[in-house]
Design a protein around this ligand. Structure first.
Ligand code: GMT
Length: 384
């Protein structure tokens, strides 16, 4: 198949899923065209069957903001026609699903029908998308997509609750590539980070409020008071300044390392003992899956799709949102008991295997085939 993938090129989960999906499909012989405003973070090396088309929104003195949506629409029309794409797969409803609908209509005028699959990732539904300034467009473009997928059962349910949706939504979970994410021996960096064999706790995110990184620090403080340990904070974002202040206030600057955005996050996960994810909302929790693939159990909140990934009392522990005392106690219980920790490590790996890319990729392929056959030939005219 020739597939156009539209995504955000940043380090965020939706961009990572879109890029890894495209790369995986390309390896299987599909021709993949990434269409976005910057080379995606995980697409920096050459790969057979992968093409990248950059969208440039022209700056114009009259506009306060360059009209990206319009530029993306025109680019999609161009690429679908000249690369002869079979299907567009857009990640994140805003603005990609709406833009794809517009491109589809333009192409239809020229007698060309291109089906659109939209994947919902989370904040496009739960946080940003539900804002009245976006909601009607989000609902409309979900209904007008030829196929819609959500990354967890919970997100599927939340989408039906938040919007008036007539379309079927297929759940296709996030996935992991074990070639990259595994517990390889990285003892040299472990010695540098924890020279006295301290336990290593880790958190990765984009440091938005919803990630509650301040809870991560508070949990760590309680753990540190009982067990010699270090905390690695990987990523960057709007809350970082406040978090640094909190570390100073708690006198933990020597124990907490802000590592910024890291490309080789798997190397740090491979030396970690526990992953902390106390998020206020999380449609799936790809960062936690990456940790589990590296045999790191997860202490998390029980929101969104997290219970579909983190099995309470087996692969880690789930607590009610904001219950940092319980999260810290669960972390301490695990870290104090080597046998229990190694059982949880083993369980985390086994659970991660359910989401192996080699299982999930064929789900997308089957879904594309279904959309191409069923929808295009039988129902599409009704959905225009
Ligand atoms: O979590 C983020 O802030 C990034 C965000 C995104 O859209 O890029 O991630 C969302 O999509 C990921 C991939 O499907 C999911 O694993 C994350 O759980 C989800 N984040 C939230 O729902 C907050």
């Amino acid at each position: 198949m020739k597939i156009g993938i539209v995504c955000y090129p940043t380090y965020g989960g939706s961009g990572v899923v879109a890029t890894e999906l495209g790369k995986g499909l390309a390896k299987k012989g599909h021709q993949i065209h990434f269409i976005t405003y910057r080379q995606p973070a995980r697409l920096l090396t050459y790969q057979e069957n992968v093409f990248y088309h950059e969208v440039t929104a022209v700056d114009y003195p009259l506009f306060d903001y360059p009209p990206y949506d319009t530029a993306l629409t025109s680019k999609l029309v161009d690429i679908v026609k000249y690369e002869n794409l079979d299907l567009l797969h857009v990640h994140y409803a805003i603005p990609h699903a709406a833009v794809a609908y517009m491109a589809k209509k333009i192409l239809l005028q020229e007698g060309r029908y291109v089906p659109v699959v939209t994947t919902l990732h989370g904040t496009d539904i739960t946080l940003v998308g539900s804002d009245p300034s976006f909601a009607p467009v989000v609902a409309f473009s979900i209904n007008k997509s030829d196929g819609v997928t959500a990354v967890s059962e919970n997100l599927r349910k939340q989408t039906y609750q938040a919007f008036d949706i007539e379309n079927d939504i297929q759940v296709i979970h996030n996935f992991i590539d074990f070639v990259r994410f595994n517990k390889s021996n990285k003892d040299h960096s472990k010695k540098a980070i924890a020279p006295n064999e301290e336990k290593i706790l880790v958190h990765t995110s984009n440091f938005r409020k919803v990630k509650r990184v301040d809870d991560v620090i508070r949990i760590f403080k309680m753990v540190y008071d009982k067990i010699p340990s270090k905390l690695l904070l990987i990523g960057d974002g709007p809350e970082r300044r406040k978090l640094e202040d909190l570390c100073r206030k708690l006198g933990l600057c020597d124990e907490i390392r802000f590592l910024g955005k890291q490309d080789a996050v798997e190397e740090l996960l491979a030396i970690s003992d526990l992953f902390l994810m106390p998020s206020g909302s999380e449609s799936f929790g790809l960062a936690a899956l990456e940790a589990m693939a590296c045999e790191v159990p997860v202490i998390s909140s029980d929101v969104g799709g997290l219970p579909e990934l983190n099995i309470n009392g087996k692969t880690g522990f789930l607590s009610k949102l904001g219950n940092v005392n319980e999260m810290a106690q669960n972390a301490i219980n695990l870290l104090e008991n080597e046998d229990l920790l190694s059982k949880f490590r083993h369980n985390a790996l086994n659970q991660a295997k359910r989401f192996d890319i080699s299982n999930i990729l064929p789900e997308y392929e089957r879904y594309y085939e279904y959309i191409l056959k069923e929808k295009v030939f039988k129902k599409t005219q009704a959905n225009i």
